[in-house]
Design a protein around this ligand. Structure first.
Ligand code: GPV
Length: 838
């Protein structure tokens, strides 16, 4: 019997059914849960029963570590990072927890002995899609790294009843289906009905002077709800640290509508309940696009109020001196979605805990740090004053006070500079008046960061320029990273095994160690194995494509993949222009010897973003024609994978040859898919945008397919007056491609369907597709030609992986810990568990 207890564990840990890790114990525990948790005997148990029985078996092992972590932190009053985010795009838990527990193989064996296939059980899990895209996934990678690095941390978020919608494709169009992810229960969370906190909305305020002569403000709300905590343990990789992800669900306060009930207004009382529960009903599916809905502001405030009240509650359990709050907690604001926290902490400290304003303001500023994730002006959050004031009247007063004091300081620094004052003000006074959340976040934080080197520089030059000039010391860059546990070990076991066979397993925690693969890039035997692993992954994806969308693709063709949210700035339609160019060439020269090419797309469009939905329709329409045109004869295939999500990403990244990172330079803050692809051995075709710049620096320019205008060149183009129609008229192939779309070739003769896309390209082309078109097509050709030299390609693939160490989220989190959070690891021993039996 092999014990899989992590090294260094005290031997008091005995092999009981809740904590034991041998194959035999796991098998017994699983059967026990199938009987006594699921209430099933084997003959009638469903796949879902099996999945849940296994999930509970794994959860027991997590809880042991979680309780030990919680106890350690409490005993030591450990400094704790709080990551506040409206989104946590976790992806499925089971596989990841098995990897981090080091129990994957043992559980696979235990399941096999029970006559079950672990892969089938893994497929049962409905992923928690509590995020839109990169921003939410980053939060999830950071939770993994925080635990792996043994940093005490709490993730605070919202437990949306419906996560990001499921995408179906009907007649080439996106259709949104509600994501009922909680339908069959969620074994990974523990409800904490005793952790319930009140949250107020609306109403008015009044002030008075109390008997000790203090000025006091009372907020009399119009509505009150309660937040209920749901806790999910987040385990680190092969450590005992399991941190807390605490998500809040909104519920009506029973006593609040008692009045209505007594007066006979039963339906009024029930309506009140429904309204309260609506707050956490659904994730807003807009990525980088402001919607300005009242319910969204309610969600944001609800999250912040619950999180901050919870921190204060935890703090007061160990100390009554709130003036040291920022020594215990450091809070990271994931974009401006939780920026209302700045005003809420002030309110809690001043109004409820009676601290003087200046003391509270010192604590507040030392508590918060702000990460910006976009330069897109339409994504910068601002709330109309009437809406804001009617929902959060007290916070508006507090913001006015913060702003007044702040602007007084600005006046001292820049006497007479009224325009600068207007730009820095938290209140936008132009036309309609707004609260600017980025300004609130900047004023209320001691640190501000962008998410890639280029992005952080552009932040300082553009959207946050005035703040940079005022307080340059607050600014820094923290280039994003991804967790190699989910994005390699779990999703690409073939490559993981090959790498570990040659350099050991250290790289999983110290990704820089991948450098040791460099010498192997010249090793023919290793290269052959590398190629075989990639090919196997491609075969798997080809099977999945066949089964999902009924298209057969050739695993020997180049797998050229573009998966991410659909956005004009990400330029999925630039990729389409290249596909049509290749198609046109084949029509012109049917015997042209081209590299067999499979284009794979995936991604969701915001339901109200018409252009993005039309891009999906365009991809599917081009696919329909190209995939069936006999002239093409299977040399080109176009696939749109429906419902791209974390689970799908885990299949896709390991199978990619070429990674499409083709956003307009200056628009993609960082990108993180770019990192997942390269880590899994894909070569990148990309612009000098976001983290592409740093990826190219690391892997070497000779191992990266670069195209397109730089930020500076684009600025120059716009300065001189950008005239896309001239580019199209001077480029015969480009013109033919645009005309082929316009004439209805891909739309059964409909010349109107794609007009909004093509017309915009001709006339305005905000994202400069035409300016980058020729460079992209040339670069594509160079890449596909090089793909024919498999020896060279594989070598470049190995070198890419060997040099991706920088892009581990462990590195990113270490930088946050040192430069912003000033927090140290706390080792969690697996203590005596005998109290469990007592
Ligand atoms: I703001 N991002 C996102 O996914 N949703 C948003 O609402 C906003 C930003 C993304 C950026 O687009 C990516 O470039 C970046 O890599 C990611 O946030 C994480 O920083």
């Amino acid at each position: 019997m092999t014990s899989l207890i992590p090294p260094g564990c005290p031997t008091v840990l005995t092999e009981d059914d809740r904590t034991g890790t041998s194959v035999e114990t796991l098998r017994r525990a699983f059967m026990d849960n199938l009987f006594f948790v699921q209430g099933r005997f084997p003959e009638v148990a469903t796949k879902n029963d099996h999945y849940l029985a296994l999930a509970y078996t794994v959860r027991d092992r997590l809880l042991l570590r979680w309780l030990n972590s919680a106890k350690t932190y409490r005993d030591q009053f450990s400094r704790t990072v709080c990551y506040l985010s409206a989104e946590f795009l976790l992806g499925p838990h089971l596989g990841n927890n098995l990897i981090n527990l080091g129990l994957y193989d043992a559980v696979a064996e235990a399941m096999q002995q029970t006559g079950l296939d672990l892969n089938v059980l893994l497929d049962q899990e409905e992923e928690p899609g509590l995020g839109n895209g990169g921003l939410g996934r980053l939060a999830a990678c950071y939770m993994d790294s925080l635990a792996t690095l043994e940093i005490p941390a709490i993730g605070y978020g919202i437990r949306y009843e419906y996560g990001i919608f499921d995408q179906e494709i009907r007649d080439g169009w996106q259709v949104e289906i509600t994501d009922k992810w909680l339908r069959y229960g969620n074994p990974w969370e523990i409800a904490r009905p005793e952790i319930t906190l009140p949250v107020k909305f609306g109403g008015s305020t009044y002030s008075y002077t109390d008997d000790q002569g203090r000025y006091r403000v009372v907020w009399q709300p119009h509505q009150m709800v309660q937040g209920i905590a749901y806790d999910t343990p987040i385990l680190g990789y092969k450590v005992n640290t399991a941190n807390l992800l605490r998500l809040w669900r909104a519920e009506a306060i029973e006593s609040f509508d008692f009045q209505a009930f007594n007066t006979g207004d039963y339906y009024g009382a029930v309506n009140e309940k429904i309204a309260s529960e609506n707050i956490t009903k659904v994730l807003y599916p807009n990525d980088e696009q402001l919607q300005g809905k009242e319910l969204r502001l309610m969600q944001q405030y609800f999250l912040c109020s619950c999180a901050l009240q919870d921190m204060i509650r935890l703090y007061l359990q160990c100390s009554s001196d709130l003036t040291r709050f920022h020594h215990k907690f450091t809070v990271q604001l994931n974009d401006t979605h939780p920026a209302i926290s700045v005003a809420e902490l002030m309110r809690l400290l001043v109004d409820e805990h009676l601290l003087p304003w200046d003391t509270a303001w010192d604590i507040t500023r030392q508590t918060f740090a702000y990460t910006n994730h976009t330069l897109l002006p339409e994504a910068l959050e601002k709330w109309p004053l009437p809406l804001f004031g009617s929902l959060l009247p007290r916070h508006l007063q507090i913001i006015y006070e913060i702003n007044q004091r702040f602007l007084d300081q600005v006046r001292l620094a820049y006497p007479g500079d009224q325009e600068r004052l207007a730009r820095l003000s938290i209140i936008d006074e132009s036309e309609c008046r707004y609260v600017r959340m980025a300004n609130l976040a900047c004023v209320g934080s001691h640190a501000i960061n962008g998410v890639a080197a280029l992005h952080s520089e552009l932040l300082k030059q553009t959207v946050l320029r005035d703040f940079y000039e005022l307080t340059p010391e607050k600014f820094s860059n923290k280039t994003n990273g991804v967790t190699p546990r989910r994005w390699m070990v779990l999703s690409n076991p073939g490559l993981t095994r090959l790498i570990s066979n040659h350099i050991g397993e250290d790289w999983i925690k110290h990704l820089d160690q991948l450098r040791r693969l460099e010498p192997l890039a010249e090793d023919a035997g290793f290269a052959a194995e590398w190629h075989a692993v990639k090919h196997k992954n491609k075969v798997r994806l080809a099977e999945y494509i066949q089964q999902r969308v009924g298209i057969s693709v050739d695993p020997s063709s180049i797998f050229d993949i573009l998966v991410k949210r659909i956005h004009e700035y990400k330029r999925q339609h630039l990729c389409v222009l290249n596909i049509i160019t290749l198609y046109q060439r084949l029509k012109d020269h049917p015997n042209l010897d081209i590299t067999p090419h499979t284009f794979i797309f995936g991604g969701k469009a915001a339901p109200g973003y018409y252009k993005a939905k039309l891009i999906i329709k365009l991809i599917n329409s081009v696919a329909e024609v190209v995939n069936t045109d006999p002239t093409v004869a299977d040399r080109l295939k176009v696939v749109f994978l429906p419902d791209y999500n974390v689970t799908c990403g885990q299949r896709v990244y390991p199978a990619a040859d070429l990674s499409e990172q083709i956003s307009t330079a200056g628009y993609e803050a960082s990108g993180t898919g770019n990192m997942k692809f390269a880590l899994n051995g894909a070569l990148t075709i990309g612009t000098l945008d976001g983290a592409n710049v740093e990826i190219r620096e690391e892997v070497g320019a000779e191992n990266f397919f670069l195209f397109g205008n730089t930020v500076e060149q684009l600025q120059e183009i716009w300065r001189n007056g950008y005239r896309p129609w001239e580019i199209a008229n001077n480029n015969p192939m480009l013109k033919r491609v645009l005309d082929l779309i316009s004439c209805g070739h891909f739309s059964h003769g409909d010349t109107e369907l794609f007009r909004p896309i093509v017309e915009h390209l001709w006339q305005n082309d905000r994202y400069c597709l035409l300016a980058d078109y020729q460079s992209y097509v040339d670069c594509q050709e160079q890449a596909t030609r090089l793909y024919r030299d498999q020896k060279q390609w594989v070598k470049m693939s190995i070198l890419n992986v060997a040099r991706m160490g920088k892009f581990s989220s462990d590195r990113a989190i270490r930088e946050y810990c040192e430069d912003i959070w000033r927090v140290q690891p706390v080792h969690v021993p697996l203590a005596d568990t005998s109290y469990i039996a007592q």
